[in-house]
Design a protein around this ligand. Structure first.
Ligand SMILES: NC(=O)c1ccc[n+]([C@@H]2O[C@H](COP(=O)([O-])OP(=O)(O)OC[C@H]3O[C@@H](n4cnc5c(N)ncnc54)[C@H](OP(=O)(O)O)[C@@H]3O)[C@@H](O)[C@H]2O)c1
Length: 161
């Protein structure tokens, strides 16, 4: 079940200048729980913004530069090669960023979206979801607290068959 995991603002912003726009520790914890042990497939820019692989998850980084090397990750030059490498995994995750989400979307079955209920100006945006193709199967809303300063929701979408 190829899945997307992403955190987006009310206006679908993902990041700016190759950084995230908010700090939401609760969401980072959830991301860890959901993805632990699974392949993470991401664009070269997203990997550079992480700086290093996250523990316990094989990383596949997509770049057009076939000579690119990063320690502890596999670099491939197409989405198809990334899917092939992760095919034994029952739930590989597309980890971003905007370019990779957009290209991967036609192949995705599930989307785990954290919605931060504020507007942010970004330079990378999540693709608009056509709700004819996607069904919202669960939504959990959270109030701000001491550590998480925004209203946010966990939304899970399933591809309509
Ligand atoms: N909020 C979130 O959940 C979230 C998650 C992830 C990322 N982000 C944010 O998103 C932003 C980065 O997104 P982005 O769209 O700028 O970059 P990206 O999708 O992370 O990476 C783009 C790079 O991927 C490679 N690429 C893309 N399509 C390819 C293809 N078909 N074949 C081979 N290589 C391909 C290219 O690398 P080369 O240039 O090396 O060829 C391209 O420059 C950052 O701000 C980051 O913080 C947010």
């Amino acid at each position: 079940m190829l899945s997307i995991i992403a955190a987006v603002s009310a206006n679908n912003a993902l990041g700016k200048e190759n950084k995230l726009l908010w700090h939401l520790p609760a969401d980072l914890k959830r991301l860890k729980e959901l993805t632990m042990g699974h392949h993470l497939i991401m664009g070269r820019k997203t990997f550079e913004s992480l700086g290093r692989p996250l523990p316990g998850r094989p990383h596949i980084v997509i770049s057009r530069d076939i000579n690119l090397k990063f320690e502890g990750v596999t670099v491939v030059d197409s989405l198809e090669k990334a899917f092939e490498l992760a095919k034994e995994d029952n739930q590989p995750f597309i980890f971003g960023g905007a370019e990779i989400y957009k290209q991967a979307l036609p192949f995705i079955e599930r989307i785990y979206l954290t919605r931060v209920n504020e507007t942010f100006e970004g330079d990378a945006y999540f693709p608009e979801l056509d709700m004819n193709n996607w069904e919202l199967v669960s939504k959990l809303d959270f109030e701000p607290d001491e550590k998480n300063k925004f209203h946010y929701s966990y939304e899970e979408y399933k591809k309509r068959s």
